[in-house]
Write a protein that binds this ligand. Structure first.
Ligand code: ZN
Length: 170
């Protein structure tokens, strides 16, 4: 994860990076701003290393492009971090399900395309084949979570167009 952080347009100081774990069998991730990332236990259990990298790069893309800051300004994401931090005690086993309603449909499709493209660039700068990694990961997400409620696509609206857009990204 750290090589990806360093490859951001606006790298987050490494000592400010925190990753919270949410007990949720769905595959999902979030960025609450300020270097605060959240991943679900479902993501950690089901993703391979490349898929985890691509999902995190996508979240870093949202952060790089100011989507997270925008949500906080609008108030829709205002207390995500506070609420989750309050409920999650890392390592204690006292994990809670993600407050899905809070961040449902938090991003627009346009922002999803942009975060995918930014994620591809971040992966590339870190030495990976970003386009292939992101496209494969979106395909995997669609196959695994595409029809479920509450997973990645609940907070990251998407269709097959997104995969094509990633493949067309230069
Ligand atoms: Zn997204």
């Amino acid at each position: 994860m750290l090589p990806l952080i360093k490859a951001m347009d606006h790298p987050i100081p490494l000592n400010e990076v925190k990753v919270g774990l949410m007990k949720d069998s769905h595959i999902n991730a979030a960025n609450a701003g300020g270097g605060e990332f959240y991943v679900t236990t479902g993501l950690l259990e089901k993703a391979n290393d490349d898929q985890l990298r691509a999902v995190l790069a996508h979240e870093m893309g949202h952060a790089d492009l100011g989507h997270v800051a925008k949500l906080q300004r609008l108030g829709t994401g205002l207390s995500i971090g506070a609420i989750l931090l309050d409920q999650i005690i890392p390592g204690s086993g006292a994990l809670t399900p993600i407050a899905g309603q809070l961040i449902a449909n938090a991003y627009t499709r346009k922002e999803e395309y942009a975060a995918d493209a930014q994620g591809v660039d971040i992966l590339k700068r870190a030495g990976y084949d970003g386009r292939t990694m992101m496209a494969n990961t979106l395909q995997w997400l669609q196959a695994t979570e595409g029809t479920s409620k509450g997973g990645f696509f609940a907070t990251h609206p998407a269709t097959g167009d997104r995969i094509q857009a990633v493949l067309n990204h230069r």
